[in-house]
Ligand binder design. Structure first.
Ligand SMILES: NC(=O)c1ccc[n+]([C@@H]2O[C@H](COP(=O)([O-])OP(=O)(O)OC[C@H]3O[C@@H](n4cnc5c(N)ncnc54)[C@H](O)[C@@H]3O)[C@@H](O)[C@H]2O)c1
Length: 354
């Protein structure tokens, strides 16, 4: 598979590395507004470096990975899809719901795979929760609790990361978009949203620093959701799924899991803990990016599986990307109008013939 990469910043460099390492993939081209970044990304390969999108898109390619800031995703993703390429786009799919919808429409019209980089699905703490739920260990899901936060602006290396016109919003579009996706990953769908967001700490117009909401699936199963840029302890996230026979929790960072199962109201309780000392040590030595890189390798593997016609993989698709944007917008609407916002069932994107 000939793969092009758009954006060779922190994340784009990792995406390029996964393509270079993959035996059945070949880096075809890299596009970045910075000639140095593009040139550095293609070094050691016969791929070409570009600083103009049109020239990049004229290279014969099978797929494109988009890893520029969110307000630039649409032009690159729609351009690649309409030239017949499959696309793996970084989260958030776009800075606006409308932009996300246009990207999805381009994928449908051109019958191409559109995947979205919700890579937390591939982190071991989330895989553990998924496996416990799928194995029926906690019984029928009763509710979900999701949290993701960090200490805000100190974490950002570029202005686009917190300025609404580029990012599309604040905490809900940053770490919160991963948590929205995980809420839907466990609920199956999100069709009702009510919540409150605020921007009283950093006072950045349109960039909420906190949002607290309740999402529900079509059966009325709820998820409580909180995302924040005022988690003064630093990066923290967790997902907890409660069932009628127990609960399972995954948290990061540090990464750990807990599974509690019971055999009925008066039955014995089993507790299982999973710690990840090798990940904790690796991240101390090689940073969080080393865990991110492993998840990107798995996303690339499953992206290829989707391109070859099997959508039964954890990789998020365009509808996952779009619904997470719609949910963030619904929290804003719910805040402004003090009401419950309803969304139709969206599901998974149709399979693309291989
Ligand atoms: N999946 C994850 O865990 C994760 C983590 C962080 C960021 N992201 C997402 O990845 C994407 C990139 O984030 P990043 O941290 O690498 O950003 P970055 O600022 O490090 O890199 C962005 C790159 O885009 C290039 N660029 C800027 N304007 C451009 C233009 N007009 N045309 C072409 N290139 C342009 C820059 O030169 C830079 O190389 C964003 O969508 C972000 O939300 C995902």
């Amino acid at each position: 598979m000939r793969i092009g990469v758009v954006g060779a910043g922190k994340i784009g460099k990792l995406r390029v590395q996964t393509v270079k390492e993959h035996a059945a993939s070949r880096l075809a081209a890299v596009f970045d507004v910075s000639a140095e970044a593009a040139a550095a990304a293609v070094r050691g390969t016969d791929a070409r470096a570009f600083t103009k999108l049109e020239e990049f898109l004229s290279v014969p390619m099978d797929a494109v990975i988009v890893s520029t800031p969110p307000h630039l995703h649409e032009e690159a993703a729609v351009g690649a899809l309409s030239r017949g390429c499959h696309v793996l786009c970084e989260k958030p799919l776009s800075n606006t719901v409308e932009g996300g919808r246009r990207i999805v429409e381009a994928a449908l019209a051109n019958k191409r795979v559109l995947a979205v980089g919700f890579n937390l699905r591939y982190y071991p703490f989330v895989k553990f929760v998924r496996a416990a739920v799928d194995a029926g260990k906690i019984g029928k899901i009763d509710h979900v609790r999701i949290y993701g936060g960090h200490n805000g602006l100190h974490n950002f290396s570029g202005d686009w990361q917190y300025k609404m016109p580029e990012s599309g919003g604040g905490a809900m579009m940053d770490i919160g978009i991963h948590m929205t996706d995980l809420a839907r990953y466990f609920l199956g769908e999100i069709t009702q949203v009510s919540g409150v967001m605020s921007e009283k700490v950093y006072n950045l117009p349109g960039s909420e620093d906190n949002a607290i909401a309740v999402f529900s699936n079509p059966d009325g199963v709820p998820a409580s959701y909180q995302t924040t840029w005022t988690e003064w302890k630093g990066y923290r996230s967790f997902v907890e799924v409660y069932g009628d026979r127990g609960m399972v929790r995954g948290s990061y960072a540090p990464m750990m899991n807990m599974l509690i199962t019971n055999k009925g109201p008066n039955g014995a309780i089993d507790r299982k803990f999973e710690l990840y000392p090798e990940i904790i040590v690796r991240e101390k030595l090689k940073s969080w990016q080393s865990t991110c890189l492993i998840s990107f390798r798995e996303e690339l593997r499953d992206f290829r599986v989707m391109v070859y016609g099997n959508v039964n993989v954890p990789l998020a698709d365009g509808y996952d990307g779009l619904r997470s944007l719609e949910v963030a917008q619904a929290v804003r609407q719910s805040t402004a109008e003090a009401k419950l916002v309803k969304l139709p069932v969206l599901g998974r994107m149709p399979k693309v013939a291989s």
